[in-house]
Design a protein around this ligand. Structure first.
Ligand code: KG4
Ligand code: ZN
Length: 406
């Protein structure tokens, strides 16, 4: 079946410490005929600002999102050729609801007001916004911004809004192939599909028997994998976010042949359940750090290496056992921690040796961490089915679960 209807979606992501706006054009169903073009894509990471707290500080994140959304919107629209001057002056009374919607974000309101007086509405069909899971104050900024834009750009009819589950974004992103800065399409793969979601807030194994169907089969009982990387980095006096830094030092240790004479227990690795636990591992690192203080550079490298190997072993072992139990033909790894080279390489090797899973799908490290492209893609699949939400029903849900909704 051919579709000639391209839908244009503006997507907004503010669930954690990345502010991102993307304008994409997509065609096809939530099937293998799907393809898309990225018309504009703008992202700003606040990571450097949160370094001094050793993690994300919610109110700082919220303030930064509010400050950066309009500049990022304008950047995405400029790339798309959709930032053009307004010929019709905006009726100031029409801006009143905007003031109400953004009453807690005064700076954002002022910036949006200035934007609306200068630029016309872009040609878009829908707005997709992350509504959870994530930090609620941060999520609210994006949601209120989406509502304000939907109102601002209405011409007789509000621009409809799609509420997107951030984790669904992490699942669909690796489904895409040939992703260039400007386009991509759905890969060919078979179900059942097993997804290992590893991010700053989540560690989950999700089974899908078809597109858009999600069944949670395992999750962390305490810390998420990314959280473990971040907390261990803090114990080692390394900057936030800890994942890339630990990974860099672990790689250096392997390259130089530096290895500790200690090992960490692989938590829950041999247990039957598909759940994870990482807080004991963090404690083991803390105890070792206490014992060895002050840490030499060599010791930091040894710990980084053994910690990364421990996390990789547990994640990979459980994932392959789950894949075997559920007869998964395709495996996806998504979320920020899937940017990790060691985890990718070891998983690819094990999948190859095992031979049961047909395909392992990952996305580029840039699209593995938070971005608005994945939110636009997940949003499109819901928009196609008319799954829009009335603005008054859209609220931030910090603990939103990934449910079968398409
Ligand atoms: O998906 P994501 O960008 O944000 C959330 O939804 O949480 O994931 C962020 C997490 C952080 O904990 C960060 O340390 C981790 O992903 N991360 C990594 C790597 N790059 C980012 N962890 C291990 N190795 C990496 N290369
Ligand atoms: Zn994420």
């Amino acid at each position: 079946m051919r579709y000639n209807l391209w839908m244009r979606i503006l997507s907004i992501e503010t669930s954690c410490d990345e502010t991102a706006v993307c304008l994409l054009e997509a065609e096809g169903t939530f099937e293998h005929d799907f393809q898309f073009r990225i018309l504009g894509n703008a992202l700003l990471s606040q990571a450097a600002l949160h370094t001094e707290y050793g993690g994300v500080f919610p109110n700082l994140a919220k303030r930064e999102h509010a400050k950066n959304l309009v500049p990022l919107l304008e950047e995405a629209l400029r790339q798309a050729g959709e930032l053009s001057g307004s010929e019709v002056p905006t009726d100031p009374t029409a801006l009143l609801p905007l003031k109400q919607l953004l009453e807690r974000e005064e700076e954002l309101f002022k910036q949006l007001l200035a934007h609306s007086l200068r630029y016309r509405a872009p040609a878009i069909d829908a707005i997709a916004v992350t509504t959870g899971p994530g930090l609620e104050p941060a999520l609210w900024v994006g949601i209120n911004f989406a509502k304000a834009l939907s109102h601002l750009w209405s011409a007789g009819r509000r621009i409809p809004i799609v509420a997107v589950n951030h984790m669904e974004g992490h699942v669909v992103m690796p489904m895409m192939e040939n992703v260039t800065p400007s386009s991509g399409k759905m890969r060919e793969f078979d179900f059942p599909l097993l997804t290992l979601l590893i991010s700053g807030g989540h560690t989950e194994l999700v089974l899908s028997k078809t597109f858009g169907a999600y069944q949670l089969i395992g999750e962390t009982r305490d810390d998420a994998a990314g959280e473990a990387f971040d907390k261990v980095a803090r114990l080692l006096d390394l900057p936030y976010p800890g994942g890339p830094e630990i990974s860099r030092l672990a790689a250096l240790a392997r390259e130089k042949g530096i290895q500790g004479d200690f090992t960490f227990t692989r938590p829950m690795m041999k247990e039957d359940s598909f759940d994870f636990s990482f807080s004991g591992l963090k404690t083991a690192v803390r105890n070792l750090v206490e014992k060895m203080k002050p840490l030499t550079d060599d010791m930091v490298m040894k710990i980084a290496r053994e910690f990364e190997d421990t996390v990789a072993d547990v994640l990979i072992d459980k994932t392959l056992r789950a894949a075997d139990e559920y007869g998964a033909k395709t495996l996806i790894v998504g979320g920020g921690v899937s940017a990790n080279t060691r985890i990718r390489e070891l998983l690819a090797q094990r999948v190859h040796e095992d031979g049961a899973v047909e395909q392992l799908l990952t996305t580029s490290p840039q699209l593995a961490t938070d971005n608005a492209v994945m939110i636009g893609l997940a949003g499109y699949f819901h928009a196609l089915k008319g799954q829009y939400s009335a603005p008054e029903d859209i609220a931030a849900k910090g603990n939103l679960k990934l449910e079968t909704a398409v």
